[in-house]
Design a protein around this ligand. Sequence first.
Ligand SMILES: [Zn+2]
Ligand SMILES: [Zn+2]
Length: 98
Amino acid sequence: MATKVKNLKGTEDQKCTCCDSWLDHWINKTGTKSPECAACSKKADVGGHVKKVDSTDGTHYIVPLCYSHNSTDDEFTAYGELVPAAKQSTCRVQSSAM
Ligand SMILES: [Zn+2]
Ligand SMILES: [Zn+2]
């Protein structure tokens, strides 16, 4: 699955309400233990906020990113799963059950 996305700016202060970090949030949702950057397949450092380009879908998604891709302003193609950013504590039960 390849999705054209763009980094969302001004999300640095947003904390995941259900997980320790946005990267953990992505891991909890996908069950992937060693996430790779969605753009370049290097080891992911952070969970980045993105939204889809060429889509009316305004949902904010989390994808695992390396530091350099987390700071890019350019559109890029994200491979792998896009996990919606949590608005409520949606992961707690699932992650503690693992
Ligand atoms: Zn979460
Ligand atoms: Zn990268």
